[in-house]
Ligand binder design. Sequence first.
Ligand code: SF4
Length: 279
Amino acid sequence: MLTTENHDRDLEGYKYVYPVISRRAGGLSVGINLNTNNACNWRCIYCQVPNLVRGAPPPVSLPDLNFELKSFLQKVLVGNYLREEVPEGMRRLNDIAFSGNGEPTSSPNFSDVVELLAQTRSDLPVDASVKTVLITNGSLIHQKDVQLGIAQLKTITGEVWFKVDSVTKEGVARINDSPFSLSKTSSNLETAASLCDTWIQTCVFDFDGLPPSEHEQNSYLKFLRDVALNAEVRGVLLYGVARKSYQPEAPRISRLDLSWLESFSKKILELGLAVKISH
Ligand code: SF4
């Protein structure tokens, strides 16, 4: 039986599709991993992808993905999968999520993949209450093909979860090992929110025993006030580090107390944005 701890992408023996039980959502999430080569254009120090490499994935085989999606969703929707594999109280399909071993929008045929998923959802059919979530670092949303995919996502109860862990050059370099441009992040966030419901997802943790500095916190809150509010994002998903990092910095990262997240979330709420905490 599946557990909330098991995030093994090979569980069903598929290349792209895998099941995850989400304790927070209280149901089954069907994950789609487009980055089968563990390649990402970022290298977040808390990343849980083993053998992460820099780069982009190869094109997705649409026939293979079509087969995997159809056969797995059928098992869930009309077969015995939920009864046999999912613990009681969690036996519902909560969402389908692009959440894999790298940045999903770096797939060369991202918009084709979203279109295929939309067709599959309509053919089966998958109920409109089942969300389709794109978990993204947001760095490629200026690209036309990605925008096409996100616009299509909206038609299938889509949500974009846009990663913003820091809005300072030093913070992004240290946490995401990536270059940072405030204007690019702002404009990509605005584009995402104009195309589809968008949440900001932010991971917070102790680094070398210290929480995010006052400067980091204030810069982040200013970004929310100046950019996120205007872009009408739905709110902030504030995460602690629940699972072990596979990056060399892992020993320097530890969990913040829930009280830290709660107190920081109050500052976000005061700006007029919704917050969901996941500790
Ligand atoms: S963006 Fe996601 S997949 Fe890429 S390094 Fe960061 S956490 Fe890992």
